[in-house]
Design a protein around this ligand. Structure first.
Ligand SMILES: [Zn+2]
Length: 241
């Protein structure tokens, strides 16, 4: 028998490949790992381990050129499933986004983010609010987060009156006036603060109003597209639904 590698992590993506096989992408603490899952992966105990965002143990065959194929998989914990369209959409958004950004982010930080999102969901967190928080954290992972701790111009932490994705962050009253940036309103600023700065693990009890969450989601979608070239197609499930 050839060499094998054992690892543990979350399944992000399973795309059909050739007739009966699939290419899988998973996120472990050591990195993103892709492997071939042959047609039989859906049988027996491997089946539950091949559901999106479940935590599983994998044993991979190491082939020629270091390519992996699945030998065996065993589910440790499935994603906290709910029969709710927003929940299902969040699972799609998270798995699509992490798959897309996988070449350019630190896997350890991506792993921590995914664990935080799942932990909040287990605590009954609101999928719409969590989608916004996840997208905001993704901007951070990609190194393009807007400035949400101090005024972009003078660095003041108090007296913030405006936030603009276009301009890249917070502005104090004087600098907003000087630069003709429209004040944002207290409610919007509080929500921006919450989405960008609150730990998702501790956000379960504070859902945003659905209409507000959808507006923030649109802004974050456009921001990620403009700043990082990341298009999250499955956001359409929430925004056009
Ligand atoms: Zn300022």
């Amino acid at each position: 028998m050839g060499a094998t590698r054992k690892t543990e992590g979350y399944l992000l993506r399973l795309s059909p490949f050739r007739e009966k096989d699939a290419m899988a992408l998973m996120l472990s603490r050591e990195g993103f790992i892709s492997f071939l899952a042959r047609g039989t992966y859906g049988n027996g105990k491997s089946k539950a381990a091949m559901l999106p965002l479940g935590l599983s143990r994998y044993e991979l065959n190491v082939g020629k050129g270091g390519k992996y194929s699945l030998k065996e998989a065993e589910s440790i914990k499935t994603a906290p499933y709910r029969e709710d369209l927003n929940f299902l959409a969040l699972v799609s958004v998270v798995s699509e986004t992490l798959s897309k950004v996988s070449p350019s982010v630190d896997p350890e930080r991506a792993y921590k983010l995914l664990e935080a999102v799942l932990s909040c969901l287990r605590d009954g967190g609101d999928p719409l609010t969590l989608t916004c928080m996840f997208l905001a954290r993704t901007a951070k992972l990609l190194g393009v987060a807007p400035e949400t701790h101090a005024c972009m111009v003078c660095g003041a932490k108090e007296g913030i009156t405006a936030f603009s994705y276009l301009e890249g962050g917070y502005f104090c009253k004087e600098d907003a006036e000087r630069m003709n940036i429209v004040p944002s309103g207290l409610k919007y600023l509080r929500e921006i603060e919450f989405i960008h700065n609150r730990d998702p693990r501790k956000a379960a009890g504070e859902p945003l109003p659905a209409a507000d969450a959808l507006e923030h989601m649109k802004e974050l979608r456009d921001y990620l597209k403009d700043r990082a070239g990341v298009t999250v197609r499955s956001l359409g499930l929430l925004l056009n639904g």
